[in-house]
Design a protein around this ligand. Sequence first.
Ligand SMILES: *[C@@H]1O[C@H](CO)[C@@H](O)[C@H](O)[C@H]1NC(C)=O
Ligand SMILES: *[C@@H]1O[C@H](CO)[C@@H](O)[C@H](O)[C@H]1NC(C)=O
Length: 507
Amino acid sequence: MAREYAKHCPASPMKNSLLVTAAILLIIQAASCQRVRVETEVEAYPTESVDLRCQFVDGGNTKLTQVSWIWEPTEGQRDNIAVFHPTYGESFPESPFSGRVRFIKGTLTSPSITITSLKMADAGRYTCEYATYPSGNEQGTTNLVMLAKPKNSASPVVVQASTSGKPVVVAQCEAADSKPAATIKWMGAVGGTENTTSVKGPDGTVTVRSEYLIVPTPEDNGKEVTCIISQRTQDKPQTFPMKLAVEYPPTVSIVGYDNNWYIGRTDAVLTCQATGNPAPTTVTWTVMSGPMPDTVQINANKLIVRKVDEAVNTTFVCEVKNRLGVSKHQVTTAVIEQRKITAGPSTAGIIGGTIGVVLFLLAIVSAVIILVRKRKQNAVNGDGPPKHKPPPPVKAGSSTEMLNKPVTDSVLTETQPFSNVYYETSGEPVTDLDACDDDDDNTVGGGAANGGGPAVLEDSIQYADVDDTLNDEALPPYSDADDHHVDQPPSAAVARGESFVSAAMYV
Ligand SMILES: *[C@@H]1O[C@H](CO)[C@@H](O)[C@H](O)[C@H]1NC(C)=O
Ligand SMILES: *[C@@H]1O[C@H](CO)[C@@H](O)[C@H](O)[C@H]1NC(C)=O
């Protein structure tokens, strides 16, 4: 508490030094040559209490008649708050401290006081003033500094992905009613700007507010920013990590169409992948040509064709909604008479499989031949047949080192699992129809907003608008009118690698 005691009557050893120094020392001496000892500065907090200490030292022949505490809230104003007289005792004149001030000991040489239930407004200068004889009044002054801990808070601000390119407040942080004022800093990898303002309260405290602004994009959703509040009364800065909340309408794409829906194929699957914040709640599958064919089963975001026939020679549309909008994507499934085997990785696989089978057979045949030869050779060399029974030729194929190479090759040749792999992995959607987004071959690298190739007419118009503006705007404008939907380019969803299910993590 005590910063230092005011010096009393120092005997300066330096009076004979330089004139300037002497002059300064004289001034200090005049100011500090006091026999009234007080602390120069004391800090305290509201609602707590504080001791203001005062002592008269080196009395000598000086007669002390009375001591008073005088409060100076502002320059020039002097309020007597406590008086002690050796004969008449303690007195507390009417003041803002009535009932909150008392003498600790109540002696003339040690008239320290305690003030309780402190308020911010109690800050100011407190003078311990002695009436003495014969030298007159002597005094010492303590500065009471009222401190206030800040009430700290921080919160992200839910925003919608920007379509205007203007920065908006995405997080805010506040250090309220503190003294002295707090400082607020931000940390974050989203490259925002800060706007910090401070407002003085009537009691001398300060409220500091800071806002963090970015141009929000869907990608910023869930990213972290941290607000750091520092203030004199805190041991260490207080940090508030926050996750940004950026809402955006859904983006949707249908994956799984492999351009090979031949008549009779079973369990062909289309998957509608969507992201959005809030997470899309409804996924609706429709058929352009009319009612959903009987052979089709819908399971949430999956459309399963139990058996491919002419009825699914059509265009399937997946529509996804969240609070902010609707997004559609469509894929035209061209049913073909015959399974395609002329191109693509599938054909390579089948050919490879066939070769593998041939190699496997060759391997077995050669193994048998080699074994037979070896046995003959052994017989010629006189080694004689082994004591134990030689392995029968049938087993030889899996037990001798000579066969390892052909065997490993042939592992790949089982055609059944291979065809499964083919169905699952070569399922990048390829849509031929004009009415669809551009080739999904572009999905990985394609720019988001540019992904919309020639689409349904109304969509083309919207895309034209978007393309005229910023390229990096991930989201085209959307409308909640159902007939005015936006076909989101599939690239956004696919590039993030998020399935419909994982989109639900955005809350
Ligand atoms: C900063 O915040 C204050 C108070 O909220 C506001 O009046 C001011 O316009 C803001 N300045 C900027 C640059 O955003
Ligand atoms: C599918 O429709 C296209 C045109 O809409 C037609 O050319 C094609 O023959 C149809 N396929 C089958 C298997 O009916």
